[in-house]
Design a protein around this ligand. Sequence first.
Ligand code: SF4
Ligand code: SF4
Length: 129
Amino acid sequence: MRLRPHHLLCTQSYSGKGYDNAFVENMNRITAALRKNVLVPVEIVFSADDLCSCCPNMIDKSLCKDNKKVTSYDKKVTEYFHIEEKTYIYQDITREIRKKMTPEILEDICGDCEWYPVSACKTVLCKKN
Ligand code: SF4
Ligand code: SF4
């Protein structure tokens, strides 16, 4: 599975809402695979990924219409959590991210995301367990 850096956050906090049916169906399939009780390798890519592939915001096969905004999310995630373009075990890297996450960091990364006020991102990502 291929994920861009900030989708390491979105896939943890996704709660069933999305841009359209195709996006939600794909997101449901991907998050179900990631949330199974097995270790899942994910390849981090600094480009469009397996979530983008079914998103109506793609303006061609490789570019998000909000590219400037989403690459800023990606950049901040790589900087805060030292993410590189390589393969990680999803459960390990997301656990590390949650350990280091604070409300201030989350606000800085994705405070202007349209889902930030309406989704479970803050509750899920800032929870310490
Ligand atoms: S606020 Fe947006 S970018 Fe941030 S984790 Fe939630 S859905 Fe993803
Ligand atoms: S909004 Fe952009 S970055 Fe997010 S899933 Fe859609 S195409 Fe990918």
